[in-house]
Ligand binder design. Structure first.
Ligand code: GDP
Length: 297
């Protein structure tokens, strides 16, 4: 389960306040020092941590806590509200195009979980709205990517448009979109190539695909387990492609949670979905309030 480390540290910190009838400013200072360390250890971005601590401290030395009969609960409530806020407050759902198909472009580094997440999203869309999606295999560099997408397509009974690995990804997307139009598919998910790190060539290719596909959503898939690196990756992709949202994968293996807590604040873009396993049903809409509750236990 995600966030054990952070959860445990925060709970320990707050338990020290629990027995107290009154809390002083120095109690608050001490507590905030521990919260700060807990966040940094969870790999939360430095500036995000700094702003968070400042806001919570200001609120926690105010009358809503110091004059309260239940100060510990008040502090936890403030932390809960501010954690929710830095993660974006509200769940942000997928946008739909005015005219079918709604095109969703999946981008991200190699191994982040793009292909798997494309499959998970297709499953989600079928379940939510009986969608008739088409998957386009535009990752021509990773040898097994097309096969992997085809397997997913078979599992979900969804067509996969592919032209093998020799074709130009931009052309593949163009042709795939034509097929979607002819077949009246209501969603198109484009699985794009990744690299081990952000490079110009990849960004150039993705920009060209974006131009041709005019996607309603550009979802960046990032691996939650990479912590701050995931946040940097999100910044980089957002700068180049102006992403519309993030799919944060592998939360099931992330004991720290830094990416979930930083990405929204750093990029201004919402985490729309979280992945919590390898299976195609392991996808959830991201709810900042539920995540904050989960962290605070
Ligand atoms: P891509 O290179 O970005 O297309 O990445 P893949 O979709 O091939 O995923 C890379 C690996 O991560 C695969 O072994 C997936 O099964 C695994 N994976 C993807 N999402 C999740 C997740 O949410 N949790 C876990 N535990 N594994 C995941």
């Amino acid at each position: 389960m995600a966030f054990e480390g952070l959860s445990e540290r925060l709970q320990k910190t707050f338990s020290k306040l629990r027995g107290k009838g009154k809390i002083t400013e120095s109690d608050v200072r001490e507590m905030m020092r521990e919260v700060r360390l807990a966040l940094l250890e969870a790999d939360v971005n430095f500036d995000v941590t700094k702003n968070f601590i400042k806001t919570v401290r200001e609120r926690a030395v105010g009358s809503e806590v110091l004059d309260s009969l239940t100060p510990a609960q008040q502090v936890i409530k403030i932390v809960d509200e501010e954690l929710t806020k830095i993660m974006g407050s509200q769940a942000v759902l997928l946008n739909k195009a005015a005219k079918i198909p709604t095109v969703i472009m999946m981008v991200g580094l190699q191994g982040a979980g793009k292909t798997t997440s494309a499959g998970k999203l297709v499953r989600y869309l079928k379940e939510q709205s009986q969608a008739r999606p088409l998957l386009i295999a535009a990752d021509v560099y990773r040898p097994a990517a097309i096969e992997q997408l085809q397997t997913i397509g078979q599992q979900l009974a969804v067509p996969v448009y592919e032209e093998g690995t020799a074709a130009d990804p931009v052309e593949i997307v163009k042709n795939g979109l034509q097929q979607a139009q002819d077949a009246k598919n209501d969603y198109v998910l484009i699985d794009t190539a990744g690299r081990l790190e952000i490079d110009e060539q990849l960004m150039d290719e993705l920009s060209r695909i974006k131009e041709v596909a005019q996607p309603t959503e550009i979802l960046l898939v990032v691996d939650s387990m990479t912590g701050q690196a995931a946040t940097h990756v999100a910044e980089g992709f957002n700068k180049q492609l102006d992403i519309t949202g993030v799919v944060l994968t592998k939360l099931d293996g992330d004991t720290r949670g830094g990416a979930a807590l930083s990405i929204r604040a750093v990029t201004g873009k919402p985490i729309k979905f979280i992945g919590s396993g390898e299976k195609l049903d392991a996808l959830e809409v991201f709810h900042p309030d539920r995540m904050a509750n989960r962290i605070l236990g």
